[in-house]
Every structure is written in C-alpha cells, then in structure tokens.
Design a protein around this ligand. Structure first.
Ligand SMILES: *Cc1c(COP(=O)(O)O)cnc(C)c1O
Length: 248
C-alpha cells in the first residue's frame, strides 16, 4: 500500500453514484409497497472482488455498512480503508473457517454467517480474546434444510447444526451478541416461497430470542421480496457495483 487515498476515475464515481441511487430507490419503493418505514431496512454494500477505492467512494456517498465474504480479501481491504480514515461497519457474510476467526474479529463488526455451534464457540473465543466490544452475530439459516449447502437447520436437534443449538452457542459466548438471522434464497426456489418460509422461522426464533431482531435477506435480484417478508438488512453487490467476473 503506497497511497492511502487511491485516486478514482470520475466515471467510476458516477457509476457508483448511479447504482446507489437506483438501489436506494428500489429499497424505498419496496418499503412503501410493504407499508414499512424506510428506516427499518439497512443496505449492506457487498464489495467482494471490488477494490478499497470503491468502498471509499461508497462511503463518501453515505454508505455505512459494507459486506465481504473472504477473510483474506476483506482483511487487506479493511486495513486500506481504515488507513484512509474511513470506518464503515464491516459485515462478514461468507463461509467462515474456524482458523480464520482470529483474523475476522479484528476488523468485522458483524458476522452474518455462523451456522454451527463449533464455529460459534471458536468465534466467541477469538472475539473475547481479540476485541473489546462484543461481536454482533447473525445465525445463517438453511431455508431448504439441505445440510450440504451450509446454514443452520431449523427444527433440527442436531447439537452442531440445529438452529436452536447454534443460537444457544452464540448467546452463551461472552464475546458474541446474538443479533438475528441471515439467509440466502436457495437456488431454484421462488423468492416468495423462500422468504415466506424464512419469515415463519424468524417469527419462532424471536419468540425464543426477543433481542435478536435482525433479519438479513435479499440481494440484488430479490431485495423487494425480502423486504416484503420483513428483511431488516439487504446485501447488495452487483446492482451497486456491477457484475462480478467470478461467480461469488
Ligand atoms: C455476493 C453475496 C451477496 C450479493 O449478491 P448480489 O447478487 O451481487 O447482490 C449477498 N449475500 C451473500 C452471502 C453473498 O455472498
């Protein structure tokens, strides 16, 4: 890193401003349609594969929440952004290996992708040792219950992967604060069906954990439906920053 404030092409700035205006309008329209207050929905800008300079431009346009899905990429990007004097809230939204927990707790403010009790315990230990304030955690839920694709399993008593046991492990970890649920609509499911199912699980979940009110659902292609079904956080990448050249 040689330059803490990378120069940005003026056309990139205009591109990001246009993408942001569009996404903000979509969120506002979806809130109006759903009869929800706009302040109930937070946009997390998913900047994976895009450079720190884009994060700085977005922050300059008022974006305060940023999402990343790989520790190696996120750690460097967060350091670059911090070196420029900008401090968004970083959300870790990708599959997390236990050996990466010590790194992630140093820059992340929220981890949205905890889906096993073992991971919760490892993250809790890392957070207790490596940061002053508790780390906000969303439990990632599997909407279709397919154990192969990740996500805690609602209605399962599995001590490692069941939604109840994962939530208990998060709630019981000194370094963590259980903040809510996250999910991705399964491939091949209509967003309507996926988010209706998610809303049902979230309702039961909140009965057991009334403080865990965050519901992170919806991406570029389906954020309107997610907002209709109660999302408090939408994770938006390509609609803001452009299509990624890789499939993640
Ligand atoms: C990449 C990613 C997103 C953003 O997806 P887009 O379709 O680009 O908006 C959201 N959530 C997760 C978990 C992701 O990995």
């Amino acid at each position: 890193m040689t330059d803490a404030k990378p120069t940005v092409r003026p056309d990139r700035r205009a591109e990001l401003a246009a993408g942001l205006a569009q996404v903000r309008a979509r969120i506002a329209d979806a809130c109006a349609t759903a009869g929800r207050d706009r302040s109930e929905v937070t946009m997390v800008a998913v900047t994976k594969t895009y450079p720190a300079s884009d994060v700085l431009v977005l922050a300059g346009l008022g974006v305060t929440e940023v999402g990343e899905n790989r520790d190696q990429e996120a750690a460097g990007k967060a350091a670059e952004v911090a070196a420029a004097g900008v401090t968004p809230r970083w959300h870790f939204i990708g599959q997390l290996q236990r050996n990466k927990c010590r790194s992630v707790v140093r820059y992340a403010d929220v981890v949205q992708s905890v889906d096993s009790a073992r991971l919760a315990r490892a993250l809790g230990a890392a957070a207790a040792a490596g940061r002053e304030r508790p780390l906000d955690v969303l439990v990632q839920l599997s909407i279709d219950g397919d154990p192969a694709r990740g996500g805690a399993l609602p209605g399962s008593a599995d001590p490692d992967a069941g939604l109840g046991p994962v939530a208990e492990a998060v709630a019981g970890a000194a370094g963590l604060r259980l903040a809510g649920l996250m999910a991705v609509a399964p491939l091949g499911w209509e967003p309507q069906r996926a988010f209706a199912r998610l809303a049902e699980v979230a309702r039961e979940f909140r009965a057991a954990h009334p403080e865990a009110v965050a519901l992170s659902a919806g991406m570029s292609g389906d954020l309107e439906t997610a907002i209709e079904y109660g999302a408090t956080h939408v994770r938006v990448g390509s609609a803001l920053l452009g299509m990624r050249s890789t499939l993640r």
